[in-house]
Write a protein that binds this ligand. Sequence first.
Ligand SMILES: [Ca+2]
Ligand SMILES: [Ca+2]
Length: 135
Amino acid sequence: MFNSFSRKPNEIKELNWDADPLTEKIMPKLTLVSISCMQTDETDKDEIYLKVGEKKIWPLKPKFYAIDIDEQVEMNLNFKVSAGKVCIDLWEYDYLDKNEILGSFVFKIGEPGSFSEMMSNLKGDSSYVLNYEVS
Ligand SMILES: [Ca+2]
Ligand SMILES: [Ca+2]
């Protein structure tokens, strides 16, 4: 969305903050940098994916990413978000049973910076950390 004053297109690309076309509020940029696995739920790898509400946000095309203990996978996903609380759910794909939600990353979008958030478990003892940036 263009503001009332004009900008060159190449300047717009460099902006980290955009106007929300609906509310015209300034929206922070949330970058999901990477996710680290300290403990899997299953005995071998966990087949993980991330959802916000009903919407799957990662991985983009594959159904899941098979992650092992002590593994960190880069995501580098950017979102325009509203300031305030964010809840990203970590799901685990199962071939035979229903997919299950292992836990959630719940944090507040506030000051810019780099952060790490430990998953709050909803099931089992798996342990994940989400690394993200706000700008
Ligand atoms: Ca499972
Ligand atoms: Ca599984």
